[in-house]
Design a binder for this molecule. Structure first.
Ligand code: AMP
Length: 123
C-alpha cells in the first residue's frame, strides 16, 4: 500500500499550504478546517501512517513533533496560557489522513471531555 497522502504533496510543494515551520525532519502548517484560533498540524517528513506504525526505530520522530509543538507555543505566544495537542488514530480516533500528525490547538479554552454530542460515554 502506498504511504502517499495529501500531506506528502504538501511536503513536496505539489499543493499549497500555509507553512509555519519546517526543518529536516518535520513540517508544520495551518489546518484547512481550523477548530481553534490557532490550529496547526505537525507532521514527520517521513510518512508513518498511524500510531500503530510507531516503532522503537522511528519513535524519535514522534518526540520531535512535540519539540516542534513546544517551539510553536513559544513563538506564537500561547505557551503560558496553554494549548492542546491531539493525535487521532484510525476510525474510532477520528483519523482521516493516514500520515500521522499532531494537531496543535490554541487561542481559546478547550472543553473536556473531548467527545460531545454524537459518540458519548464509556459504553
Ligand atoms: P485527522 O482527522 O486527525 O486525520 O486530521 C486531518 C486534518 O487534516 C483535518 O483537521 C483536516 O482539516 C486537515 N487537512 C486535510 N487536508 C488539508 C490540507 N490540504 N491542508 C491543511 N489541512 C488539511
Amino acid at each position: 500500500m502506498s504511504s502517499e497522502t495529501i500531506f506528502t504533496k504538501i511536503i513536496n510543494r505539489e499543493i499549497p499550504a500555509d507553512i509555519v515551520y519546517e526543518d529536516e525532519k518535520a513540517l508544520a502548517f495551518r489546518d484547512i478546517n481550523p477548530q481553534a484560533p490557532f490550529h496547526v498540524l505537525v507532521i514527520p517528513k517521513t510518512a508513518i501512517a498511524t500510531i500503530n506504525d510507531v516503532t522503537e526505530e522511528n519513535s524519535h520522530l514522534i518526540g520531535h513533533l512535540y519539540v516542534v509543538a513546544a517551539k510553536l507555543a513559544q513563538e506564537h505566544g500561547f505557551a503560558e496560557d496553554g494549548y492542546r495537542v491531539v493525535m487521532n488514530c484510525n476510525e474510532h480516533g477520528g483519523q482521516t489522513v493516514y500520515h500521522l500528525h499532531l494537531h496543535v490547538l490554541a487561542g481559546k479554552e478547550m472543553g473536556w471531555p473531548p467527545y460531545q454530542d454524537t459518540k458519548k460515554g464509556l459504553a
